[in-house]
Design a protein. Structure first.
Length: 122
């Protein structure tokens, strides 16, 4: 009789529900990817209008215009923009975006990534 007991873990159910496979017992490594591998899904497009590529300098202005963070406007539309920043931490959820030549847009953060933030204009 084997000292090894049956695990309550169901590897087939794991694969069916998550698409993940358990580690191979003998090697401790994940099985090689094969025909069961699925490509990553593309993120759903949620913008209301198309964005135009841009490469403009901008400034994130907040705290009663006492605080400023420089940014690069990567793309721009009527309703929002994608901004490249050194670090998105510390940027408040609501601020004014200075587009240059004195133009300001009241904005809110829609999403944050490593060095980019998406904003929606209010």
């Amino acid at each position: 009789m084997s000292a090894r007991t049956q695990s309550p873990f169901d590897a087939t159910r794991l694969e069916e529900t998550t698409g993940l496979q358990p580690l191979a017992a003998s090697t401790g490594k994940a099985p090689a990817a094969g025909p069961q591998s699925k490509p990553a899904a593309e993120p759903e497009e949620r913008r209301q209008d198309g964005r135009r590529r841009a490469l403009k300098t901008g400034r994130i202005v907040f705290n009663d215009r006492q605080s400023v963070i420089d940014c690069v406007i990567r793309n721009l539309s009527e309703n929002g923009a994608c901004l490249e920043v050194t670090n998105p931490m510390g940027i408040p959820d609501f601020f004014e975006l200075e587009l240059g030549q004195g133009g300001f847009r009241h904005s809110r953060i829609a999403w944050r990534q490593l060095r980019r933030v998406g904003v929606a204009f209010l």
